[in-house]
Ligand binder design. Structure first.
Ligand SMILES: [Zn+2]
Length: 266
């Protein structure tokens, strides 16, 4: 199966995460997809296929004979999609990108235009998987999963590419900032790992940003205005804050460094 065919298959699973839900995974739909993915990984010959109680799915591509001792590398992608746009009833289709407008939905007048999305220029002459414009496609990050699983299938079925042990990791709840929270790094057991959650052709991000966030509730003191002098306390008064915003930013900041490189050999 080709990677884009897998993406289309995966798009049928609604897997939006939900920030308001404290469970892990935050939505049960992600587990439905994870179980189907686990079955698929077993079917293509992966070993050690394990879905843990938090919805993290790990699997192994065994090393080629004689290469069992070289360091294990890992590939990671996330199973959830953004909750911001509808992800049910996705109607994916393959279209060619020739430089003109791509009409996603004639009835609703939804058009993907190069003018609005200049990045499309790079994809002229290629095919794209699109929706009817009313839903997410979910390529972030089901395209990453599709690419990893397709690569795994090829490596397992075609022994000509010799490789060490490869671990695969599929996480829930990345879109709501919790993807790494319960990732069992030790159990994953890779010396190096790459997240396949990309943007442009040939682009490799070699670092990330600190996505720490802070939610502050400050209580002031309310009192009838007629009697408020020296008694009412404004909640936004700096001395009421346990940790100043600037202090938080200083502690969580990282130096500005380039976030991506283009690797033409990739
Ligand atoms: Zn992503």
């Amino acid at each position: 199966m080709k990677a884009y065919e897998r993406l289309i298959k995966y798009a049928a699973f609604p897997t939006a995460s939900d920030e308001s839900c404290e469970t892990c995974p935050s939505t049960s739909e992600q587990l439905v997809f994870a179980r189907a993915l686990a079955d698929e990984l077993k079917g293509i010959g992966c070993t050690e296929v394990e879905l843990d109680e938090n919805g993290y799915l790990f699997a192994t591509i065994p090393a080629s004979a004689g290469l069992e001792e070289i360091p294990t590398i890992g590939f990671i992608a996330h199973m959830d999609v953004s909750p911001d746009v509808e992800d049910r009833n996705v109607k994916p289709r393959v279209v060619s990108c020739d430089g003109g407008d791509i009409v996603l939905n004639e009835e609703l007048g939804i058009v993907l235009s190069e003018k609005e999305y200049p990045v499309l220029e790079k994809y002229r002459g290629k095919t794209l998987v699109v929706t009817d414009g009313t839903t997410l496609l979910g390529a972030d990050d089901k395209a990453g999963i599709a690419e990893i699983v397709t690569a795994a299938e090829r490596l397992i079925s075609n022994g000509s590419v010799r490789h060490g042990r490869i671990r695969l990791g599929f996480t829930p709840d990345e879109e709501i900032g919790r993807g790494a929270d319960r990732f069992d790094v030790k159990r994953f057991g890779a010396s190096y790992a790459y997240t396949v959650d990309g943007s442009s052709f040939g682009e490799v991000d070699y670092e990330t940003f600190n996505a720490a966030s802070l939610r502050v509730s400050v209580r002031g003191k309310s009192i009838h205005p007629g009697d408020a002098k020296d008694k009412m306390i404004n909640g936004s008064t700096p001395r009421r804050l346990p940790l100043s915003i600037s202090d938080f930013c200083r502690r969580s900041s990282v130096p500005n460094t380039p976030a991506a490189i283009r690797a033409s050999t990739i």
